[in-house]
Design a protein around this ligand. Structure first.
Ligand SMILES: [Fe+2]
Length: 523
């Protein structure tokens, strides 16, 4: 026991001494707002951080342009960003390194995207002329977006995505130094083309879905599939599951005839099982470094809330920033330029629809019609509606799921999520180990009474739970009053969007939604 403790201390001291050589902090910007940018390739986003570490704004280009996964800045996003007059710009990756990898991958070189300043000229159109420009490593930006918004002083950071520059999986030791600056030491990595994210996207495409977009639909399909094909896929595709090495480059996808004798749901189930095994291998490796039992998990694969339920088997505390993909790295790059801890309060950071949260109007419509939209306050940063751009419904009864699906015109098999008073969540859901709460729908949990809430329970008995703490938010007040009125502490919550479009952003979008679907949207 003593020996183990000493050994862990030695590892920690040795890593600490290395960490001091890798300071990323740039906290010389005492009077300047910092603009973090993720743009030029997919899911363009911007974050503005104040000199004091407050997040002044964080938003997605697609919400303004209505072009899903919009790769580029648009005028609406620029207008909102310009209100904060940033003097420093931080870019989320190193363009020349990415171009080198693209050349290696046979994608050619985009000569007009070789430097950060070239890209900023294209994205910002000369509207912002920063005094200073920085660009950071792609996976380090992911890591910083997680660690510097987390409640932890020290954490093991794991990043798993499809691909940025070269890294596809990375593990970091993170802590703050005596001056409060975040410092990172990379402990392990895997590089292109060996990528968990590229594997999952290849199966997404093979199942007839849109890769780099509809992976969440593949995850939902998995609950209907036969188990057992994950092992077969592993034998076919994986060379070394511990090192995350694949037998072939899946960047170009899987052949359409691959496993064509099984159904798409079986394919989805196999992919989910294999992804979970690979993710847990990475987590075992991360835990094995002995740095910290606090886990910060980032990268697009961290959106797989089914796989995330297992993270507590290895870590005591878990933080997944609600926008862990590349859009969230706009925040990560800004955090690296800032250097210190970022004051994280909630995910309501985007475009503002001013006015008090319309609690009473929402309740009236819920009682009358059972379904109501809400577009109020600042839009969510990240892919999930958390109450400010939501379609809400009474989760009880057997017909509500079909009614909401009819409005959203989406696949009937897909479940909806419950939003619940946090202190009552454990009475209704068996929260997985390590998940003390799930404020941004980061994990699934088994529903204790699925027969009472069929609209928010998936075929496998789980729900993608959103717990709401006493944070003074509008959705919290709404749930409290709904509970007093009905005895039910939860609502069905799904994103407020017109089919094929991103989430509603402003009141004009909400008006279009009302006109198209005949459902009231309260502001
Ligand atoms: Fe990424």
């Amino acid at each position: 026991m003593v020996k183990t403790h000493l050994c862990q201390n030695n590892i920690r001291n040795s890593i600490s001494s290395k960490i001091k050589r890798i300071t990323q902090a740039r906290s010389i910007y005492l009077q300047m707002n910092i603009l973090g940018i993720s743009a030029g390739f997919h899911d363009a986003a911007a974050t503005v951080i104040s000199p004091g570490g407050e997040i002044l704004f964080a938003g997605h280009s697609e919400r303004y342009s209505k072009n899903k996964n919009d790769a580029d800045f648009c005028q609406g996003l620029l207008d909102d960003v310009l209100e904060y007059q940033p003097d420093v710009v931080a870019y989320y990756e190193r363009p020349w390194a990415k171009q080198l990898r693209q050349w290696y991958a046979g994608q050619g070189i985009e000569w007009n995207k070789l430097t950060t300043r070239q890209i900023l000229r294209q994205q910002l159109g000369g509207k912002i002329d920063p005094e200073r420009v920085h660009s950071f490593n792609h996976h380090l930006s992911h890591a910083a977006g997680g660690f510097q918004t987390s409640p932890f002083d020290r954490a093991t950071v794991v990043v798993i995505d499809a691909i940025g520059e070269w890294d596809t999986v990375s593990i970091w030791a993170a802590e703050y130094d005596n001056s409060g600056r975040a410092v990172y030491q990379r402990l392990w990595r895997q590089v292109y083309p060996h990528s968990i994210g590229l594997f999952y996207s290849a199966v997404t495409s093979r199942a007839g879905l849109k890769p780099m977009d509809e992976e969440y639909i593949l995850m939902g399909m998995a609950a209907y599939g036969e188990r057992g094909f994950g092992e077969l896929m592993s034998q076919d595709l994986v060379e070394d599951a511990w090192k995350i090495k694949f037998k072939k480059n899946l960047h170009t996808g899987l052949e359409q005839r691959y496993l064509s004798y099984i159904s798409d749901v079986d394919l989805a189930a196999g992919a989910q099982d294999l992804v979970e095994d690979l993710v847990m291998n990475v987590m075992h490796r991360a835990r094995g470094h002995g740095w910290s039992k606090n886990l910060v998990y980032m990268g697009g694969v961290a959106l797989n809330c089914s796989a995330n339920r297992r993270l507590g088997e290895l870590f005591d505390n878990i933080w997944i920033m609600p926008c862990p993909g590349d859009a969230g790295s706009s925040l990560g790059a800004a955090a690296l330029a800032h250097g210190g801890r970022i004051a994280w309060r909630n995910a309501f950071l985007g475009h503002d629809i001013p006015g008090a949260y319309p609690v009473n109007a929402i309740l009236d419509h819920l009682v009358d019609r059972g379904i109501v939209g809400v577009a109020s306050g600042r839009a969510e940063f990240g892919p999930r509606a958390l109450g400010n751009r939501s379609l809400l419904a009474d989760p009880r009864g057997s017909t509500i799921k079909d009614q909401v699906n009819e409005i959203k015109r989406r696949q009937q098999f897909r479940p909806f999520a419950p939003v619940i008073l946090e202190e009552l969540a454990h009475q209704y859901f068996d929260m997985p180990r390590g998940w003390h709460h799930s404020r941004y729908m980061q994990s699934v949990a088994r529903c204790r009474s699925p027969e009472l809430f069929p609209a928010v329970v998936h075929a496998d008995g789980t729900s993608r739970v959103q717990t709401v703490t006493r944070d003074g938010s509008g959705i919290r007040e709404l749930l409290e009053k709904w509970y007093v009125m009905t005895g039910c502490p939860m609502l069905l919550n799904t994103s407020l969007n017109i089919r094929g479009e991103p989430m509603v952003n402003d009141r004009a979008d909400a008006d279009r939604f009302e006109a198209l679907y005949g459902v009231k949207v309260c502001s």
